[in-house]
Write a new protein. Structure first.
Length: 367
């Protein structure tokens, strides 16, 4: 908690956590167990995150380069991240995928050595600069008092449209389900092996796998198409994570309201970032929170990242999110914003309102 965000609210939050008498790890585990913890965990403060062998899934520089699949990425200043180079596809017809998809050889990686190296990388600085940057004095990010999360980018669908282009990927799902299913089956096999290598070599508690299925207000494919092609293979991935005794957290931006019950059915433990386009979840979060932990929920698109958003509007929006999603427990704050100059407002509100929320409302262990 110490650092540039520390202020009077931060100090008060620190004292409350000391009063609770448990570690951030124990507190966050309560939220992942769908309970009401002592304070609302913050994914950036109460967990540590590693990105295993990041160059396999994405070029992370600030120019142009290839990942291990042969996909070319170009850094986009406005996005603050590299994106697949427009018009440069490995193939365009899903029927040709087997001739062009080059699955990286995971057995060729020295996982023990890479884990030791990755655990010393400062992800935030590396992402911001495009240069691999290590923690001060080469120290490890591991903290036994916090839960550990492995963030794994480019899920099965994201990898597909990175290789063949977004429009072509959507056409593939609509026009050739057999070929698409065959691809997703092999992609899931690859992901399962990747997860297993991570579970064997990194001291993590959570696999945070990314795969976006939604636009701002609807899914990118029909829910039934998702259920036929993606769901059975995602289920195998979730089961593989559980077989290692780890938590499976799925990252999927956009609106995926129609399949939240499906995610719960196949065993997904937590979901981020729960954007506000998921109207049904935000309307009745208690319906879900005994079965899945909600991570995030901030209204970035309509309020927090809007250029004309005042501090008052930002704080009111953040308070509304907390009041809606936190009372049932099974909730973790994810203060991710595009304009980092607003982070003091966001974190100040977290320290002042979110940390003492359960104590102030006499909920859970404070009841």
């Amino acid at each position: 908690m110490p650092g540039p965000m520390m202020n009077e609210a931060g100090k008060a939050a620190f004292m409350l956590q000391k009063e609770a008498g448990i570690t951030p790890r124990e507190n966050a585990k309560m939220a992942y167990d769908h309970k009401i913890p002592y304070w609302i965990p913050n994914i950036f403060l109460d967990l540590w995150t590693v990105q295993p062998v990041m160059e396999v899934e994405r070029y992370f520089g600030h120019d142009k380069g290839e990942d291990a699949w042969g996909v070319e990425w170009t850094y986009v200043e406005e996005m603050g991240a590299p994106m697949p180079t427009p018009g440069k596809h490995l193939f365009e017809d899903i029927a040709d995928w087997e001739s062009h998809v080059r699955f990286p050889d995971l057995d060729a990686i020295d996982w023990k050595a890479r884990a030791e190296d990755d655990m010393r990388i400062d992800m935030m600085v590396t992402g911001a600069t495009g240069q691999k940057t290590y923690m001060k004095d080469g120290q490890s990010i591991y903290d036994p008092n916090k839960m550990g999360m492995a963030m794994i980018l480019n899920g099965m669908f994201e990898r597909l449209h990175a290789m063949m282009g977004f429009d072509n990927a959507l056409i593939a799902l609509a026009e050739d389900e057999d070929a698409a299913y065959a691809y997703f089956e092999k992609a899931a096999d690859y992901k399962i092996k990747f997860f297993q290598k991570v579970g064997e070599n990194y001291p993590v508690d959570i696999i945070n796998a990314h795969d976006d299925y939604g636009s701002s207000d609807r899914m990118l494919m029909s829910p039934d198409t998702w259920r036929r092609i993606i769901k059975p293979n995602l289920k195998r991935m979730v089961e593989a994570v559980h077989d290692m005794g780890l938590i499976y957290q799925h990252h999927s931006c956009g609106c995926i309201d129609p399949i939240v019950e499906d995610l719960i059915e196949i065993g997904v433990d937590a979901w981020d970032p729960v954007q506000t386009g998921n109207v049904n979840v935000h309307k009745d979060p208690a319906k879900y929170q005994s079965r899945i932990t909600l991570v995030g929920g901030m209204d970035n698109q309509k309020v927090i990242d809007q250029p004309d958003a005042t501090p008052e509007k930002i704080i009111a929006s953040l308070k509304g999110t907390t009041d809606n999603l936190a009372p049932q427990g099974s909730y973790i704050a994810l203060p991710s914003i595009a304009d980092h100059s607003r982070m003091p407002i966001v974190m100040g509100q977290y320290f002042a309102y979110d940390v003492p929320f359960y104590k102030n409302h006499q909920l859970g262990p404070w009841a």
